[in-house]
Design a protein around this ligand. Sequence first.
Ligand code: PHE
Ligand code: FE
Length: 288
Amino acid sequence: MAEDTHVLDRPPPGAAADWTIPQGWDAYTPEEHATWDTLFARQRKLLPGRASAAYLRGLDALKLSEGGIPDFEELSERLGKLTGWQVVAVPGLVPDEVFFDHMANRRFVAGSFIRRPDQLDYLQEPDVFHDVFGHVPMLADPVFADYLEAYGKGGQRAMQHDALKWLGRLYWYTVEFGLIREDGDLRIYGSGIVSSFAETRFALDDASPNRIGFDLARVMRTEYRIDDFQQNYFVVPDFDELLRVTVETDFAPLYERLKQLPDIPVAEVLPEDHVITAGTQAYAKRRT
Ligand code: PHE
Ligand code: FE
């Protein structure tokens, strides 16, 4: 799989001009549905008390627990009624402008393949479990739904400013690996965490990573790792605040400022950070 999933400059055979493909729901094997069910049951048990209320509400409202890999048409029907979002299948990574165009129009692009049974714990390429279980419940939340649409539009703008490096980090540290404070406690909402058995605990309980209060410019300057647990998590006070600060900030001058500033390495803590937990980085050190 990995060798043929590079980004192409035009849709592969069988894909539409907007890069979407039929999900091919009828073609899933019983074994593939069983893989979904195994992953689902494992996360479902772990997430109450750890995932944000908005995520858990979405999971229930979308009836993702009915068993088997969801049919995107049925899922889009339910999701559409809640927030107007749809889920569409794509063959793998798509070009940035295609990704942003779908998102700006409330279409979430999802991989349709599912990982093999020997890959339950780790996979670099997003599969249907990561994309649907991880991302789609948050799209049932009206505020987060607005945030992601605004992000898509922001992506189109960032491309004109050659600023995807900075905007991409905002996605990474919110949509993929975000934490939120709820009733005084930390909760996970990032899809990369909620869809990972091991990182669900690591992100909340391990002494290794830094947990730092969300600051837009700080987040956009921070490097990240794609090959292992994060060394930094950023905590938003609530989704209204995340939406407000990102929508109200004009990113064009911010990008110009960020282009003059150095990137921040993954484990670094700055004097001005609002540190919630200062990580030992013991996990990362053990791995190098
Ligand atoms: N306000 C941002 C801009 O001026 C757009 C944006 C909104 C980006 C929400 C991300 C999230 O480009
Ligand atoms: Fe993702």
